[in-house]
Design a binder for this molecule. Structure first.
Ligand code: HEM
Length: 407
């Protein structure tokens, strides 16, 4: 007989949802809970703490993505706002989701991502040039924040003069995660409308004159005679802007701050750039910017002798799973020479919603970290890192002051 989840005698992590709890306290408390149990209580439901359970649950199609529930969970009940809720690939399930992945997936292949590497290298160098002769920089503000935007623009085939528009839309649409939806909703809606109109025009232009970009690839994408509709193309572009900017910039911020604490590993990367792919996996394992994700039970679910009634919310902890000692030897050790394994780090997720942009994100980070390690080999912290609140969905440094030898 399964035990109802609410009756479990398990660690209580509800207090972690207080924004005043710092990153390290949060990480240590989660680790302590994981040493006791695979599951803990949190403010909205339950946290899943062990690697095998996180993977099993993310691959179990009865658990649906909670990304479409952010408005309700934030207490937004205005019918007009609720009616504007978009269908997104992240919140789509079942056959509809399978179809989107099947048709759009090839446009996100490693081959397409690799084609952008020369452009990525130019962006990295152009961002480093203005501060290279200064010997100091705020890497979060001057490098990580702007880095993904020109790459997304290039991916879309949008002209460079529209960079600022994309940057502003991304900032406004991301307000959805700031926990202040009542005040932010008008700006979010305005940005969504402007982005939709812009992308709609871009799609029409590419229909008549295809180019070598993601939009043209998605327009041309076909599987068994099936193609994406105009609305689906617009949705996919918004998903890419949403899912591909803040993640990348925060992951880079986390990774560079980690290297700043491990100068010998930074030196090693500068000397052996072929380690870049492993360095990216290890930084994402050791300090992932996406700490966890959300799922809810689409039906009554029994798992490991526990009964989760329909609607139960759970948060698979990607960050804690990445430190599971039964999967990673000496998980508290940061080592960019760690052997690749068939049980990968989980910061890109797992199962049907596994990051569609993983190949692009890997290429972006490999290029950025390698060039930066070579151009700023003695990078060192020049003050305290200011972190975003540890409760935000995508975590990273707000300020990352560093020094290095000016060139
Ligand atoms: C380091 C950077 C990135 C990280 C850590 C990351 C992480 C993730 C994670 C954890 C998920 C799954 C969420 C869940 O299961 O609830 C996801 C999904 C997704 N990501 Fe990424 N991502 C990154 C970069 C990107 C980029 C650059 C793009 C686009 C070019 C992208 C596009 C997407 C899309 C479209 C989905 C939804 C896939 C689906 O629902 O089928 N991501 N990402």
């Amino acid at each position: 007989m399964a035990i109802p989840a609410t009756d479990l005698d398990i660690p209580n992590l509800t207090w972690l949802d207080d924004p005043s709890v710092g990153f390290e306290e949060r990480r240590d408390a989660t680790e302590a809970a994981a040493s006791e149990s695979w599951i803990a209580r949190n403010l909205f439901g339950f946290s899943i703490l062990h690697y095998d359970d996180v993977v099993a649950i993310l691959r179990d199609k009865r658990w649906h993505s909670a990304s479409g529930k952010i408005l309700e969970m934030s207490g937004i009940d205005d019918p007009e706002w609720l009616s504007r809720r978009r269908t997104s690939i992240l919140s789509t399930e079942g056959d509809e989701h399978t179809r989107l992945r099947r048709v759009a997936g090839p446009a996100f292949s490693p081959r397409h991502a690799d084609a952008l590497r020369p452009y990525m290298r130019d962006v990295v160098n152009d961002l480093i040039d203005p501060f290279a002769d200064r010997g100091t920089a705020d890497i979060a503000v001057e490098f990580c924040e702007p880095y993904p935007i020109p790459i997304i623009c290039e991916l879309f085939g949008a002209p460079k003069e529209d960079l600022q528009l994309f940057s502003d839309w991304a900032t406004d649409i991301f307000r959805i995660f700031n926990g202040n939806l009542h005040d932010d909703m008008p700006a979010i809606i305005a940005a969504q409308d402007e982005l939709d109109a812009y992308v709609g025009d871009l799609i029409e232009a590419r229909r008549s004159t295809p180019a070598d970009d993601l939009i043209s690839a998605m327009i041309a994408a076909e599987s068994d005679g099936d193609r994406l509709s105009h609305t689906e193309l617009v949705m996919m572009c918004e998903a890419v802007l949403m899912a591909g900017t803040d993640t990348t910039r925060n992951q880079l911020g986390c990774s560079i701050s980690l290297f700043a604490h491990h100068p010998e590993q930074w030196k090693l990367l500068a000397e052996r750039p072929e380690l870049a792919p492993r360095a990216v996996e290890e930084t994402m394992r050791f300090m992932g910017a996406v700490r966890g994700t959300g799922r809810f039970a689409s039906d009554d679910i029994e798992y490991r002798g526990v009964w989760f009634p329909k609607g139960t919310f759970i948060s698979p902890s990607l960050a804690q799973a990445n430190r599971d000692a039964s999967v990673f030897d000496d998980p508290g050790q940061f080592d960019i020479t760690r052997e690749p394994s068939n049980r990968p780090q989980l910061t890109f997720g797992s199962g049907i919603h596994y990051c569609l942009g993983a190949a692009l994100a890997r290429a972006e980070q490999q290029e950025a970290l390698t060039i930066m390690a070579q151009r700023l080999p003695d990078l060192a912290l020049a003050g305290d890192i200011v972190w975003k609140p540890a409760t935000v969905g995508i975590f990273g440094p707000e300020r990352l002051p560093v020094t290095f030898t000016a060139t």
